[in-house]
Design a protein around this ligand. Structure first.
Ligand code: AHR
Length: 517
């Protein structure tokens, strides 16, 4: 990584006008970080599967047709779980279409995205791909057009050792050993009118309970995610969670949250504050889960699965046009957002919000992984490259492991349209199992560097090992195949450490990873 020219350190002195303070201690712990918060999502949509992870004609394709250049970029992110196969797609999907000899698999109209699904990548291929990239599948069952029977059958197919109709079929299809899929989503966004066979809360709560119960009867070791409301702003939010959990609290283990952000107004300070909305959303869902827990006198505490989150708005017009002009086409270039530098900053803040809620958020999936609102882009037959958002995801996944700490931050604030008192410095901290400490921080200030004074009481002697900075002078800067290194991390200054107090410069508009050890 190239060093970044110091902007606020001159002759060893911080010249930044603004200052922030951070105090952290090993005893101020939020909780253990479940590594599954760095999960992702692969849906049968656009060029995520076909042309994304899978392209048999590509020069780097392996024997199964998976692109190895993409695999390499995925492996680097150390993604623990990948949600699959949808998304809206799953609510019309017959899982049985995706097994057996490829030449016999049916082509189906997908009513979620108005394209044609060829089923050339299916359950076996996806599980093999997951193994190759070091991830576990998180499989969604169709509780839209299908129901409990199809759901219990796929658990039998995937996880039952042998000696039954579906498990023996799996063996005949080439997988002698069970696939051991441990994490299952009970449908997708079932309160959304855009969903095939969307349901009322009570209808969904009942079917989730019945399907979940039968799935766990087949394999009691699995974990289940119930659909929360698909948006904080849907009129169903809140009431949906309450009614659904009334029906299925005892059966499920997690409730899902989905959240996407856009900056249509071109208001950068307002956009960068949106992680505060995610924090509100998480707290509201936690409150509802705990209220139902109290009402039911339940011992079990539910956890949260933020299994779709990202920035999503850049490609909306283009997507509509492509869909209009190519109805029922295959692997269309839809939802191909090209991410800007400011998007990477918000992604960094979202990741920190997940860390600060590590006691209740146990799973999260950035949506999606390749080409479709994704950190990794490909060209059919061509290269693959990292979008701006790849970098904060990589850093959080690499260094945000172990225990989430609760730093006390005193920061200058600003007001924007939706929030008052937005901290200029958004920060989170983690302590690795080896005792190493990492501070993550976004400086949201458009104009000024901020000098951060970090009091690392209780950590003993620490040195700054590395200060990674992601900054660009243009908030709209992007990476492309021709210019993939336009927005990439560089090394920041290492600051001054004096008696457990670190003073370090956080450049204006920047994502920072300060690694101490
Ligand atoms: O990730 C794209 C879509 O967003 C998913 O299919 C759906 O679940 C959500 O609305």
């Amino acid at each position: 990584m190239p060093p970044r020219p110091n902007s606020c350190i001159k002759g060893g002195w911080h010249t930044a006008m603004k200052q922030a303070k951070l105090v952290m201690d090993r005893d101020y712990a939020i909780g253990g970080i479940d590594r599954r918060i760095y999960g992702s999502f692969v849906e049968h949509i656009g060029r995520c599967v076909y042309g994304g992870i899978y392209e048999p004609e590509h020069p780097t394709a392996n024997a199964q047709g998976f692109r190895q250049d993409v695999m390499q970029m995925v492996r680097r992110l150390q993604i623990p779980v990948v949600r699959y196969p949808g998304g809206n797609f799953v609510s019309g999907f017959n899982w049985e279409d995706s097994i057996g000899p490829r030449e016999n698999r049916p082509k189906r109209l997908d009513l979620a995205w108005f394209t044609t699904e060829t089923n050339q990548v299916g359950l076996h291929e996806f599980c093999d791909w997951c193994k190759a990239v070091g991830a576990e599948p998180m499989y969604s069952v169709n509780l839209g057009t299908r129901g409990a029977d199809a759901a219990r059958s796929i658990v039998e197919y995937a996880n039952h050792p042998s000696g039954s109709y579906w498990s023996d079929m799996r063996i005949r299809n080439g997988a002698k050993e069970p696939m051991n899929i441990k994490l299952w989503c009970l449908g997708n966004e079932m309160d959304g009118p855009w969903q095939m066979q969307h349901r009322t809360a009570v209808e969904y709560g009942r079917i989730a309970n019945e399907a979940g119960k039968m799935m766990k009867w087949v394999d009691p070791t699995i974990e289940l995610v119930a659909c929360g409301s698909s948006s904080y702003f849907l009129p169903t939010f809140g009431d949906w969670e309450m009614k659904v959990l009334e029906e299925c609290y005892d059966t499920v283990d997690y409730v899902s949250l989905h959240r996407y952000y856009g900056n249509e107004a071109g208001d950068t300070p307002g956009f960068l504050a949106r992680s505060m909305d995610l924090d509100d959303f998480i707290r509201s869902v936690v409150s509802i889960c705990d209220a139902i827990r109290g009402k039911k006198h339940a011992k079990k505490r539910l956890h949260l699965s933020v299994d779709e989150w990202n920035v999503w708005y850049h490609s909306n017009n283009e997507t509509e046009k492509v869909q209009r002009e190519n109805k029922w086409g295959q692997a269309l270039p839809i939802l191909e957002d090209v991410y800007t530098f400011e998007d990477a900053l918000l992604v960094g803040s979202i990741l920190m919000t997940l860390l600060r809620n590590a006691d209740r958020v146990k799973i999260a999936c950035f949506a999606q992984l390749v080409n479709v609102i994704a950190p990794i882009m490909t060209r059919n037959g061509g290269g693959c490259w990292a979008q701006t958002t790849y970098w904060p995801i990589l850093h959080a996944s690499m260094y945000g492991r172990g225990t989430a700490l609760r730093p006390i931050v005193e920061s200058p604030v600003y007001d924007c349209k939706d929030y008052e008192g937005v901290p200029v410095i958004d920060a989170a901290a983690t302590m690795g199992d080896d005792g190493s400490v990492t501070i993550f921080a976004v400086n949201r200030d458009m104009e000024q560097d901020v000098s951060l004074l970090a009091d690392l009481r209780g950590f003993g002697a620490q040195n700054v090992l590395e200060h990674i900075v992601l900054h660009h002078d243009d908030v709209h800067a992007v990476n492309t195949e021709a210019n993939p290194e336009n927005v990439v991390p560089s090394q920041g200054d290492l600051g001054n450490m004096d008696d457990g107090k670190l003073s370090i410069c956080l450049p204006k508009l920047s994502w920072n990873v300060i690694r101490l050890g």
